[in-house]
Design a protein around this ligand. Structure first.
Ligand code: IMP
Ligand code: MG
Length: 174
């Protein structure tokens, strides 16, 4: 039976997310910002992050969906858009919010897609990054945690659609 090992407890996640929110509040002071969450993994991170941003800031939220073919644990490198944004991006300050930056293929695909719509600026936020697995040279502007080369679940992250509801970030031990 699978056993879950807590790697990042909820208190540390909350503290780090609040730090990122404070950083974003400083960086975008006086501007309107659109948070674009990548479904489904980044939904919980985005909702928590949004609530740590200075309420004086004009914050909007939107979601985009992608699927990458492959097995449950590795993407094949082929990314497809499954749900587009509901608003145009021209002239908007955008922060693309992703759960995890692994090979970089997904964020690279989305970055090109969104840049083509000519936002005023585009920043990348990732809750987790696995630095040794990059296939595409890409860096996030806001990173929660650097994670080991293990498969993470919880706090939005899934394994075959399970475990997204866990409040802590865990590793599944078989
Ligand atoms: P990339 O395109 O390889 O950077 O992978 C990004 C996507 O793969 C993420 O949005 C996740 O959906 C998934 N992924 C990569 N590593 C993990 C992990 O450790 N746990 C859960 N999902 C992961
Ligand atoms: Mg994902």
């Amino acid at each position: 039976m699978a056993h879950l090992e807590v790697l990042i407890p909820r208190e540390r996640i909350a503290q780090r997310v609040a730090e990122l929110g404070a950083e974003i509040s400083r960086d975008f002071a006086g501007h309107a910002v659109l948070l674009v969450g990548v479904l489904k993994g980044a939904a919980i991170f985005l909702c928590d992050l949004a609530r740590t941003i200075d309420p004086a800031l004009d914050v909007r939220m939107d979601f985009i969906g992608v699927s990458s073919y492959g097995t449950a644990k590795t993407s094949s490198g082929e990314v497809q858009l499954t749900k587009d944004l509901s608003e145009p991006l021209a002239g908007v300050h955008v922060i693309l919010v992703e759960d995890i930056l692994d090979t970089g293929v997904t964020l690279h695909f989305l970055k090109q897609l969104l840049l083509a719509r000519q936002p005023a600026s585009l920043k990348l936020a990732a809750l987790l990054q696995k630095p040794n697995r990059r296939k595409v040279a890409i860096q996030a502007d806001y990173v929660g945690f650097t994670f080991p080369d293990e498969f993470a679940v919880g706090y939005g992250l899934d394994h075959a659609e399970r475990y997204r509801n866990l409040p802590d970030i865990c590793i599944v031990r078989e």
